[in-house]
Design a protein around this ligand. Structure first.
Ligand code: PMP
Length: 386
């Protein structure tokens, strides 16, 4: 079945599963234990840390393993703000961040921090002028994602770091959507913290990490036995961490080839889908992730499109799976200036390394008919045609 929802969930690479199995069957020691099984587990965790650091050129920092990107974002935003509050209480986050950045920022607001949401243009690119203008002596943190998970727009992180060069604020970048799709280099992007997710590079779920540059101080948000440099208590999920490490090792070698293939398939989809009348691309036409297609169709609802596609054996999404429970239109599309009804008519396809030309053939055979059928049933469409 053609699967176009990789940003919500990805298959774990077979090589990753093979590498994880021994850590569930034989090497089940606790990395904190002072015996051979414990030493073995500790060694495996530290090797995985090196592999993840290597993928993001993190030679001047460390990785704190977490339960996933959500927790890493919480640690970055809340942990950094609480630890550095004495220097100031002004925080800026982009309006198109994932809810795991937006909601921690709103939490900070309730704790007395002053939070500003950085606006974006119609392509979802953040307004660098806004950041430059609003940076103050008491600004302690700016959080902007590397690329958007819904509309695929790649943010100008290098330019943002330049603007922040002389400021005392830390830059946090959520690289969940970009890792394994475009170059992710903590040195050239000059980040202080970066969120990384395992499943998005075909590692297991339930693990992620926060890259923390040397010298950056955080307050832990999970307290306990002091694991992960005292910043994330709880016995390490060794098998998952090993899997994340191997996924990172594979991604480092193979991401470019995978990305080229995804980009070719993405362009085939975009070119052909936009032939459907009154269809529009969401996100940036050029500065966009190689695996992202987000198109809106006038007069119909994204939910009806994905249900119809599912009946044809094609799996897709309407936007961020994380917020589709709320029935609210995507905050990302609204921030880009779309009206509610426009945002509701969006279809999100995220490609992965296992997609093929046959998958795309099937999609392109089916989608125009689905859109036409749904429009025939749409009162809005009927009204327009008289
Ligand atoms: N950040 C971004 C950009 C995301 O797309 C997601 C969801 N895939 C997350 C953070 C949160 O990831 P998770 O639900 O795996 O914690």
């Amino acid at each position: 079945m053609p699967y176009f929802d990789y940003a919500s969930g990805s298959p774990v690479d077979e090589r990753v599963i093979e590498a994880m199995l021994p850590y569930m069957k034989q090497h089940y020691g606790n990395p904190s234990s002072v015996h051979s099984y414990g030493f073995e587990a500790r060694k495996a965790v530290e090797e995985a840390r090196e592999k993840v650091l290597s993928l993001v050129n993190g030679k001047n920092g460390d990785i704190i393993f977490t339960s996933g990107a959500t927790e890493a974002n919480n640690l970055a935003v809340i942990g950094y703000a609480l630890r550095n509050a004495r220097r100031g209480k002004h925080v800026m986050v982009s309006a198109v961040e994932h809810m795991s950045v937006i909601n921690p920022a709103k939490f900070l607001q309730k704790q007395g921090f002053e939070v500003e949401f950085i606006p974006v243009n119609k392509y979802g690119e953040v307004d660098i002028g806004f950041i430059e203008e609003r940076l103050r002596d008491d600004t302690i943190l700016v959080s902007v994602q590397h690329a958007n998970n819904e509309i695929g727009t790649i943010q100008p992180i290098v330019e943002i770091s330049k603007v922040m060069e002389n400021a005392d604020a830390a830059l946090h970048v959520d690289a969940t959507a970009s890792l394994g799709k475009i170059e992710v280099d903590t040195e050239s992007l000059k980040v202080d913290m970066m969120t990384l997710s395992s499943n998005d590079i075909h590692g297991p779920r339930g693990v992620g990490g926060l890259f923390v540059k040397e010298g950056v101080r955080l307050q832990p948000i999970i307290l306990g036995g002091g694991q992960e440099r005292g910043l994330r208590s709880g016995t390490e999920n060794v098998a998952a961490i090993v899997g994340f490490g191997v996924a990172a090792e594979i991604a480092k070698k193979e991401w470019k080839g995978d990305a080229e293939k995804m980009e070719r398939l993405r362009d085939r989809i975009i070119e052909n889908v936009l032939k459907i009348e009154e269809s529009y691309l969401n996100g940036h036409p050029k500065k966009r992730l190689p695996n992202n297609v987000n198109v809106r169709f006038s007069y119909i609802e994204g939910e009806s499109i994905i249900l119809s596609l599912d009946m044809e054996g094609i799996q897709a999404s309407t936007g961020s799976a994380c917020s589709s429970k709320t029935l609210q239109p995507s905050h990302v599309l609204i921030a880009c200036g779309l009206k509610h009804e426009e945002a509701h008519g969006s279809l999100l396809l995220t490609l992965g390394k296992y997609n093929t030309d046959e998958d795309v053939d099937k999609l392109l055979n089916v989608l125009p008919g689905v859109v036409e059928r749904l429009r025939m049933m749409s009162p809005l469409y009927k009204a327009k045609r008289g």
